[in-house]
Design a protein around this ligand. Structure first.
Ligand SMILES: [Zn+2]
Length: 391
């Protein structure tokens, strides 16, 4: 049995008890306030003074006031105690996912290259319909979503349901459009698009117990219009079901595999990190790095203030997200150029990103589900039942 279950149980119980205690403190505090009010609420300086020398009454009030202060202090500290436990539980849940994950490679390089060649030969409308057709060929039901505003192309959405017991899911996204018809757009971004097709195929073949949503965005190059349309179309509270997202943009060539981060040292609210006009989610970045360690795929954090990608509209709608990309000497190879052809793709480097994404998404799903289920437990017994089911 995995040795992490013991600390996970400890954290989950502490979190449950911490919340119970907070509820108790609120009740106790209110009751004590009433008690003090009924006792006369003497000021300390009245001890034996203004109220006709009723020292005993004054002493009672002083005592009650002291108790009220203690309750206030504990009530005030309790949320940060709870938060500390919550952070620890999330850390342990993530370690559990890392330690139970495998390192099998799932991306087929020839298929990926085949997709890239097909996409590179098409215009933006053709690229969207290629994505839709390919998902259908893999046996997926496909939702096509027009972007509006006279943008060619569409968003294409497919869903893998490996865990029918939950409505939560992880997202993997990539834009299919290219910057212009003079540019084949093989790396930017037939590369990311080919990988979401490969991930959809690998999920069907391997059957991981997770829910995964694949979204091919259109109209990224004209200002993230596909991803903006996607978040606008989300039903209310849909973001609560979306555990997190990995966006793939220009991942087909370059020896530096990077997650986008800020140029600031510390995170945004300790949660997200600035990048250019947007920011990425710190725990998603850390999760990818952790999964990368297991797979032997090093990831670097890339300080990039000049650009943005489709993770940004997701984050602005409370979906934790980041973007993976590749660079060579600090640059995206053949960026927005006529020379961005399929011949420029390095199949090994491309496949590495797909394998890392596959396992990161599974680790993300598992760790977040362990965490969410345990934090939602209604009793210690409930926690033990959940843990028993997980083992
Ligand atoms: Zn791009």
């Amino acid at each position: 049995m995995n040795e992490l279950y013991a600390p996970i149980r400890e954290d989950a119980v502490a979190l449950y008890e911490g919340r119970q205690r907070l509820g108790e403190l609120e009740t106790l505090y209110e009751a004590k306030q009433v008690e003090l009010k009924n006792a006369g609420n003497f000021r300390e300086r009245n001890l034996g003074g203004l109220f006709g020398g009723d020292k005993e009454k004054a002493r009672t009030c002083k005592g009650l006031k002291g108790e009220l202060n203690d309750l206030f202090n504990e009530k005030y500290d309790q949320p940060s105690v709870i938060n500390g436990t919550r952070q620890r539980l999330y850390g342990h849940s993530r370690k559990l996912a890392y330690s139970e994950g495998t390192d099998e490679r799932v991306i087929d390089k020839d298929r990926s290259l085949g997709h890239i060649k097909e996409l590179a030969s098409r215009d933006n409308d053709g690229r969207s319909s290629y994505m839709a057709d390919s998902f259908r060929d893999l046996g997926y039901e496909v939702k096509e979503q027009s972007i509006g505003g006279y943008h060619p192309g569409a968003n294409v959405i497919a869903e893998y349901k490996g865990d029918p017991s939950s409505d939560r899911y992880v997202l993997v996204t990539a834009h299919a459009d290219k910057v212009s018809n003079f540019c084949p757009g093989a790396n930017d971004n037939a590369s990311g698009s080919s990988l979401i097709l490969e991930l959809a195929r690998a999920a069907k073949e391997n059957g991981p117990k997770v829910n995964m949503r694949f979204v091919s965005f259109g109209a990224e190059e004209t200002g993230l219009n596909g991803s903006k349309a996607y978040v606008r179309s989300m039903p209310d509270r849909e973001n609560a079901k979306a555990i997190g997202a990995i966006n793939l943009d220009s991942v087909g060539a370059g020896n530096q595999l990077s997650v986008l981060i800020s140029h600031a040292q510390s995170g945004f609210d300790g949660y997200s990190e600035y990048v250019g006009t947007g920011y990425t989610t710190k725990w998603v970045n850390e999760l990818i790095e952790g999964t990368g360690k297991r797979l032997g795929i090093p990831v670097q954090r890339m300080d990039w203030s000049r650009g943005n990608s489709d993770h940004d509209p997701l984050i602005r709608n409370d979906i934790p997200a980041t973007t993976l990309l590749r660079r060579q000497n600090g640059r995206i190879p053949n960026y927005h150029s006529e020379s961005d052809k399929p011949e420029g793709i390095n199949p090994d480097q491309l496949a590495e990103v797909g394998d890392l994404s596959y396992h990161s998404l599974i680790d993300m799903y598992r760790s977040r589900n362990v965490y969410s289920n345990l934090t939602g437990a209604k009793s210690v017994e409930d926690i033990d039942t959940l843990l028993e089911q997980m083992k």
